[in-house]
Write a protein that binds this ligand. Sequence first.
Ligand SMILES: Nc1nc2c(ncn2[C@@H]2O[C@H](COP(=O)(O)OP(=O)(O)OP(=O)(O)O)[C@@H](O)[C@H]2O)c(=O)[nH]1
Ligand SMILES: [Mg+2]
Length: 339
Amino acid sequence: MISRKRLLIFVRQYWQSNNPFVLHLSGNEYKLLNPLFIVSSTDKLIDRLHSGDYRTLAKCITLVENELPGSEELLLSLQTGHHVPVIGITGPPGAGKSTMVNALLKNLVAGGKKIAVLSVDPSSPFNYGALLGDRIRMSEFYLNPNVYIRSLASRGSLGGLNGKIIEILDVLRSCPFDFIVVETVGVGQSEVEIAGLADTTIVVVVPEGGDEVQTMKAGVMEIADIFVVNKGDRDNADEFVKNLKYLAHSKAGGWEIPVVKCVATEGVGIDELIDKISRHAHSISYSAEKHAHLITEKAFQLIQQKRMSDISKTRLKNRLEEEERKPGFNLYRFIKEFC
Ligand SMILES: Nc1nc2c(ncn2[C@@H]2O[C@H](COP(=O)(O)OP(=O)(O)OP(=O)(O)O)[C@@H](O)[C@H]2O)c(=O)[nH]1
Ligand SMILES: [Mg+2]
């Protein structure tokens, strides 16, 4: 049984993946049945994923995102050791991230690569209407057999990645892609979170507020593997690039954070960006140490989610309202029953 809010999410996903959900209404509750998942065995799904079947991929992502029956079995059968580089692209709303992804797709597809794009946070109130915008900006690739594009809702109004992104990325890794690109708006926690999941994190900024770079959000310096100064056609772009280069310090492992000036709408700077991405992939900071960090981070988050899965804030609130009225209430004694 699902809530009305979840239902709306389902309807949107239905639109994206063309899955024939069967909607069962009873009273105020909705139940979703998906006959395709019932008839497809996990082995069949995995085989189709390996052969790069996008319809199956869309179904599997929906299955995992909504924890529908069969999702755990699917996750347990995935071969998660298969490495497909994840490129995270983050930055403020309107910086030109989707235009940049579009330009990257153009070059990479021309080079014979197969790419998956996850666009996270289209439902954020900071970013209203972006889903439609992204569809228009990347529309030329929606029907391209070498490109798979999927939008994902964010976790909440303060940003943050979709709670199932780790699992979804692993489903995508089962398909024969050369790269997985994740676009996420740099509000709230999402940019820090994407840096914990991506092999290479690209922070897109624009020359705004004069040529000052000091106004950039704290923390951005730590997460960026590559900076892109987009909208390089603006007057103060060169000064901004110069100042940012001065500020960008090297990362552990000796990686010098490059600053690439781009005009995404014109495709300017994209070849240089692809060159930096590939250099980063071969740098020391990317290899064994980073992999160990990323996989530990993933395992930690998955365990955290599983341990917390039976704890609902609403139920906690109701219980606490009751318990607090009792004499001698102690919060630490109360939480012991959940630990
Ligand atoms: N002048 C100029 N405009 C650009 C450039 N790149 C993108 N734009 C424009 O900037 C606007 C926003 O571009 P998007 O690609 O949607 O930006 P975004 O960062 O994906 O936006 P959100 O996903 O909403 O955060 C669009 O009108 C683009 O045409 C550029 O290099 N120069
Ligand atoms: Mg966008």
